[in-house]
Structure formats: structure tokens, C-alpha cells
Design a protein. Structure first.
Length: 416
């Protein structure tokens, strides 16, 4: 099963290029609130099964569509759909004001039970089937309940909290404990959660978490139905010691040492997690420096925004020295028990563009279907210190799993 973010929005061109386009085009691809959920079933070779790919407009159906007024065209309700399989259940994770989650029930037509599902929420905790916007009815999706919001015990709101589980060592037959990664570096911060339980909180508490002190404290948003459903957390956020140095350095550290480093030190998911046993770590019996299993994930960070990027009095040649709104990723490995200390991390890397084609046809070994728009992702490569790197402006890793039928390999899924 794969999740996709379906939208016309893109950043294939700089803002000044978009601004020269006709207004309807500008609004469709730059100022758009459309962010739909795409789901598809894949075969063992990770190719889409014909007839089992769908698009769903989620926010409207669950009554959370953000109120739109003139000038609010960028205020999307949902972004960045990700799936996590925990304790044999599928959870949908979405970035909204902060992270919201619900459990999914999927049925491929002709399989599973045929119990009747309600077509709308008559109660917030009653399951109901979503209508597909595109793709027919071969794949049916049901929400187990209204979305719950992950605020963490400290009231922190953020995005891209990777979700993972750890077996219950004291009661092995019980479900695994579920955790959310709040921050990965410089300190690994993790919160234990109970995704399907919540407590109602007041609108005032929502306002205090969403807005900075001194700003207005009232609004009327449908999304606050979910924001008030504060997911149950267990204990406090655990905070590990500072992560070790990266296993290799990258050119940005040479050109921009210390505080002038272009990429943010703070990173988050990414995707997590794949467990590595002691035997996995001890490759071919040649490494004996670690005697416990580790959990491995992939994080991302991006260039810190510089206020002078848009200043006309700054010479362009100076701007070209520093990367501009680019993403990079890195691997990290941590202990499978609190405080989940990070034991190793890689240096930064990027993942490549869509493969080249011949007459708009992918090479046989690539598989899949060629997307003619993928060439646009080559318009804004990573540029730093007058050197161009073969890196997309954005690569967003949302999948890191064991390969189906081959526990010795892993699969990374990402979008550009």
C-alpha cells in the first residue's frame, strides 16, 4: 500500500517565474489549497495494480475543510499524507496545524467483510466509508474514527512526526508500545502515544498552542474539531543526549563552517523505522563494536531561510554561494528503548531525479509509467559556492521498509 499527496502545487520554478504566468495558472500551481489523499495497492515488484489506485478528498468528507476567505488561498487543510503499520493496523498520519492521525480500514473489492459503513460522521467515533474522488470503487477506504491530534505532553505542535513501535518486553503477548519522534537532532525527542484514545481540550488551549503569545485568541475553523481531540500521551517527552558526529562530512561543512552552516541542525522525519539485529549490524562477522539491536530511520532537514534572499541590494553572486530552500537527508540509528539514544548517523545526501527516458518510455529495468512532468524537477538543482550538484530541490522520503519477501534488503520511497 502506498500513499500519495495529490496536488497541482509545485515548486519547480522560482516565484518570479510563476508570477509572470497568467493569473489562473499562477493560482492553480502556486496558490492552491488542493491537497488530496492518493492511495494505491502495489504488487511484489512495487508496481501499481491496475484499478486499485484512488484519490480521496478527505478534509471535506470529515467536516474539517479549512474555512476559505479571499487572501487565504494558501491555507491548505491537510498536507503530507503518510502511512504507518503498527500492531497490525494501518494509521494515516497527516500534517495539519500539527500532526493528526486516525486508523484506516481498507477493503479491495470482493475481499474482506461487507459490513455496512455509515456515509458520514453521525458520531465522532463511528467508522464511515470515504467516497473516492477518482479511481472507481475497487479499493474502499474507511476511517475508524475522527482524527485525533498529537500535541505531545509539552503542548508542542509540529509536523512530520515519524511513528514507530517497540515490543512490550514485560508482557510480550501485549501490543507493542507506540512512539512519535518529535525531533531527531540535535537531541532525539520521543513521546509515547495512544493513537486511538483522546481527551477533549478547550478552544483556548488550542489557541495557546497554535499562536504565539500576544496574538489574537479567537477563530472559527472546522479543523478545531480535530484539534480539540488531544491524543492521549504516556509520560513526558524523552530527550536523549546530543547525537554523535556524522559518519562522513559534506562539502557544505567545508565552505560554511560553524554557525554559518546552511542546513538546519534540527531535523525530523523522514521515515522510520527498520529494526537491525545484532547479526544485521555485524556484517559478515567483520563488525563487533555493537552488541544490541538498533532501530534505523531516515531524517530530513533543509536550508535555513535567510531574510536577505529576496533583497535586491544583495548581489546575486553572493546569493548564489548559499543553497536556497533545498532539502537533504541522512540515516540515523538509535537504541530501541528510552531515551532512544542515537548511536550513529550519516552525513547528508540527496536522492536522485526520476530516470531518463527514450521517446518518453522508461527503460525496462525501471518499470512503472513515465511521468512527463518529472523533467521539471531538474529546473532547480542544489547550488552552493558556485558548484551545481545533481540533487533535486526537494526530495521527501516517506517510506523506509523491509523489502517484500527479502528481509536482507530495504526499500526507500520518496517524492520530488
Amino acid at each position: 500500500l502506498v500513499s500519495l499527496r495529490v496536488t497541482a502545487a509545485n515548486h519547480c520554478f522560482p516565484r518570479d517565474v510563476f508570477s509572470d504566468l497568467p493569473k489562473p495558472v499562477w493560482e492553480a500551481v502556486y496558490h492552491t489549497s488542493i491537497n488530496h489523499l492518493g492511495l494505491a495497492l502495489l504488487d511484489v515488484n512495487y508496481q501499481m495494480l491496475p484499478g486499485y489506485d484512488i484519490v480521496i478528498e478527505v478534509d471535506t468528507q470529515v467536516g474539517l475543510k479549512r474555512n476559505m476567505t479571499p487572501g487565504d488561498s494558501l491555507s491548505v487543510t491537510f498536507m503530507d499524507y503518510r502511512l504507518f503499520v503498527i500492531n497490525g493496523e494501518i494509521y494515516l498520519h497527516i500534517n495539519a496545524d500539527t500532526v493528526i492521525m486516525t486508523r484506516l480500514i481498507l477493503k479491495a473489492k470482493g475481499f474482506g467483510n461487507d459490513d455496512e459503513m455509515h456515509d458520514k460522521f453521525t458520531a465522532e467515533d463511528q467508522a464511515f466509508k470515504l467516497n473516492n474522488l477518482f479511481g472507481g470503487d475497487q479499493l474502499e477506504v474507511t476511517l475508524a474514527h475522527q482524527f485525533n491530534t498529537l500535541w505531545t505532553d509539552e503542548g508542542v505542535h509540529g509536523k512530520n512526526f515519524a511513528i514507530f513501535s517497540v515490543p512490550n518486553t514485560s508482557h510480550p503477548d501485549n501490543p507493542a508500545s507506540i512512539y512519535a519522534e518529535i525531533h531527531i537532532t540535535p537531541n532525539h525527542q520521543v513521546q509515547q502515544i495512544v493513537p486511538e484514545r483522546f481527551e477533549h481540550i478547550s478552544l483556548q488551549r488550542v489557541f495557546e498552542r497554535v499562536w504565539k503569545k500576544g496574538t489574537r485568541k479567537s477563530r472559527n475553523l472546522n479543523l478545531d474539531i480535530a484539534n480539540r481531540r488531544s491524543m492521549i500521551t504516556v509520560g513526558n517527552v524523552t530527550k536523549s543526549d546530543i547525537a554523535p558526529l556524522a559518519s562522513f562530512s559534506t562539502v557544505d561543512e567545508h565552505r560554511f563552517p560553524g554557525k554559518s552552516a546552511p542546513f538546519k541542525e534540527s531535523a525530523h522525519g523522514g521515515s522510520c523505522c527498520v529494526s537491525f539485529s545484532v547479526d544485521d549490524i555485524n556484517i559478515d562477522g567483520t563488525r563487533n563494536n555493537h552488541h544490541e539491536s538498533l532501530i534505523v530511520g531516515i531524517a530530513h532537514t533543509k536550508v535555513s531561510w535567510k531574510p536577505w534572499y529576496g533583497k535586491s541590494h544583495i548581489p546575486q553572486k553572493e546569493k548564489d554561494l548559499v543553497p536556497h530552500t533545498h532539502y537533504v537527508s541522512f540515516f540515523y540509528a538509535f537504541d530501541p528503548q528510552p531515551p532512544f539514544q542515537i548511536r550513529a548517523r550519516s552525513g547528508y545526501f540527496c536522492l536522485g531525479h526520476a530516470p531518463e527516458t527514450f521517446d518518453d518510455t522508461l527503460q525496462p529495468e525501471e518499470g512503472g509509467v513515465f511521468n512527463p512532468h518529472s523533467v521539471l524537477t531538474r529546473n532547480r538543482p542544489l547550488l552552493q559556492y558556485n558548484v551545481t550538484f545533481d540533487c533535486p530541490q526537494m526530495h521527501y522520503i516517506s517510506t523506509f521498509i523491509e523489502k517484500a519477501g527479502d528481509p536482507t534488503s530495504t526499500v526507500i520511497g520518496y517524492g520530488l
